[in-house]
Design a protein around this ligand. Structure first.
Ligand SMILES: *Cc1c(COP(=O)(O)O)cnc(C)c1O
Length: 429
């Protein structure tokens, strides 16, 4: 690793993205306490469901214990819609393939496995780092029977929605939109979380706003929202006793958590504005370096800039090999790699993280199919480059990219120090 001489260590750790609290959260939590609605029912839940449905532009919202719970019930619902009600011990996707984003957090796609389905991973494009419509179109030629697409907007940047919606329509496929990272982001003026048939957002501690945990399911269908509400409360039937005709889950949001979300909600746009400033400051700070920032469609989309990331140009990458849990690199003048920068940032007490490792490279999903623009096969490809052209774009972005400290509470001076460290990575003496 390069020398950090002259750069001061942060006394207080600078985070990738940590909760930014304002005070109103406590008030709404206290209201829950004082009114004794310390439960999964109450005013905070009703309010956040109403406000978030309005904000996103979906008719119905169901507050749940996590984004993962929302994605699970969305996936189960899509399966039931298409393939009918499953037997109690079976998932609704038994034996069925589902097209999924590849560079995403595994919570996007695990629900396909919970429901006994099989994820087929679709490669990523360079313009927004999201699902590649060309690879998706190709996947439909290989697996024409697939009827569900699980799509995430990575780091708060909307994907190529026009193209993807058109392909989905052509094939009569349902879309599950994972807007966990992109709450508040817009594509052509429309909020992410409103494009899918079933949509999910998250209030995990690191997201753009938080409840400390929590998530939400969104849809325009009343029948589907009611179903999810029922499943999330142990599938209790309308009877004087506990009566169960379907398998249930304990997935409802707590009214205390909803109080935190309710207090955060008025600050969503302020958080986005801060994140945008952070992104722009990095972009400016790196303008003379052989790196680019995570890109977006400047004409059509307004990301929420949840995480700022960099991508190192190929010719400025020093050699790096990664095993399953360990890595090795060579430090070279004028060049660097994401692991070296990560070590340097850690040395000044700042958190960074490699780009989410693509699903098709994960040990649990390595045997699943993976479709790229150029071909299809199973995971574990290390052949990023073929005749000078990347074959596996997700793997290439993972190899060259890094998520930078993007915390709202980082000062301009703090960020200047982070930028200085990144510059040191490329020193040529
Ligand atoms: C955070 C996240 C989730 C899961 O949300 P939780 O509320 O933590 O369960 C799902 N998908 C993506 C892309 C995420 O980043």
């Amino acid at each position: 690793m390069k020398s950090l001489e002259g750069i001061k260590r942060f006394e207080k750790k600078v985070w990738l993205s940590s909760p930014t609290m304002h005070g109103e959260e406590l008030q709404f939590m206290k209201e829950a306490f004082d009114s004794n609605w310390m439960s999964t029912v109450g005013q905070n839940i009703n309010e956040v469901e109403k406000c978030i449905a309005e904000r996103i532009g979906c008719k119905y919202a169901v507050a749940l214990s996590a984004g993962t719970a929302a994605l699970h019930l969305a996936t189960k619902l899509a399966g039931e819609k298409l393939y009918g009600q499953a037997r109690p011990h079976e998932g609704t996707l038994k034996g069925k393939k589902v097209f999924c984003s590849d560079v995403t957090f595994d919570a996007s796609v695990n629900p396909v496995a919970y429901e006994d389905g099989e994820a087929v991973f679709i490669d990523t494009e360079y313009d927004t780092w999201n699902m590649d419509p060309i690879a998706l179109d190709k996947a439909f030629t290989i697996y024409p029977d697939v009827k569900i697409i699980v799509l995430a907007h990575l780091y708060g940047t909307p994907g190529k929605m026009d193209e993807i919606l058109e392909i989905a329509k052509k094939h009569g496929a349902l879309i599950i939109e994972d807007a966990a990272e992109s709450f508040g982001a817009r594509y052509k003026g429309k909020e992410t979380g409103s494009f899918g048939d079933y949509n999910a957002i998250s209030f995990n501690g690191n997201k753009i706003i938080t409840g400390s945990s929590g998530g939400m399911f969104l849809t325009d269908s009343k029948e589907d929202a009611d179903k999810v509400r029922k499943w999330s409360t142990q599938s209790r039937e309308d009877a004087p006793w506990y009566q169960h005709e379907e398998i249930g889950y304990n997935y409802r949001m707590s009214n205390v958590i909803a109080g935190v979300v309710r207090g955060q909600l008025p600050y969503l746009d302020e958080h986005i504005a801060r994140k945008r400033e952070i992104y722009q400051r990095y972009k400016e700070g790196f303008k003379d370096l052989p790196v680019m920032m995570n890109p977006y469609d400047e004409k059509n989309s307004e990301p929420n800039f949840w995480l700022s990331c960099l991508l190192i140009e190929e010719n400025a990458m020093s050699p790096l090999v990664r095993g399953e849990k360990e890595y090795l690199y060579q430090s070279q003048k004028g060049k660097t790699n994401p692991q070296e920068i990560m070590e340097m940032l850690a040395a000044i007490n700042a958190e960074s993280r490699p780009i989410w490792k693509p699903m098709h490279l994960q040990p649990i999903y390595r045997m699943n199919a993976f479709v790229t623009e150029k071909g299809s096969g199973r995971g574990q490809s290390n052949a990023y480059i073929d005749e000078g052209e990347p074959v596996d774009i997700g793997a290439d972005i993972f190899r060259r990219g890094l998520c930078l400290p993007s915390d709202n509470k980082m000062t301009e001076e703090d960020q200047g120090r982070v930028i200085e460290v990144v510059k040191r990575g490329f020193v040529s003496f």
